[in-house]
Design a protein around this ligand. Sequence first.
Ligand SMILES: [Zn+2]
Length: 204
Amino acid sequence: MRYLICTLLLVILVCDSFGQRTSVEDYKLQQEQMKKSGLLQQMDSGVYYMDIGDHVTADAKFRYVLENIKSVPSDLTFFFGKNSYYLSKYKQTIDWLTKYIQLKGTNGQYSKEAASLLKDAETEYMKEKANEMQKTGEVLSANYDIDCGPSGKVICPVCKGDHVLIKKGAFGPEYTTCPYCNNHGLLTCEQYNQLLRGELKKVN
Ligand SMILES: [Zn+2]
């Protein structure tokens, strides 16, 4: 009899602690679920703003979800990638849309749109790259010595050959002598090239 009571007590104790444990876990799980559904609402709201063309607000919503959600829903990889395209962030677009296609293959709800946007983003990104390369490789005349022709003289571009500069003063025009050229408003070819490079010293 005593043995039976002991066993019963033990069973009750075990069951009770088990029950408590699961209720704590249930509570945690519930909290987790609530947080997640809140974040998914934010994501839906982001989609709404993206669809009406407010890509900046959509971006903020998506970023908030990305920063707070435990694991990123595959749909969000598409939405964030798509929205990035409209913000002209092409590298970011390529990154996220590629992820979506990796996850969903060609049969996902947004696979077709993702593939077409990805292609556009890649084109834009290449253009951007090409522009950057052109910029760094830009050829400027100031880096070269310009041949001024047989006379070796150039009309001074500062005073346009007048050898006089006219400035608007408080009491009417003020006339000053051009500090760069000779009396005839001319520069030597060497001076001209120095002027182009910003190296010509004022002489007058
Ligand atoms: Zn001059």
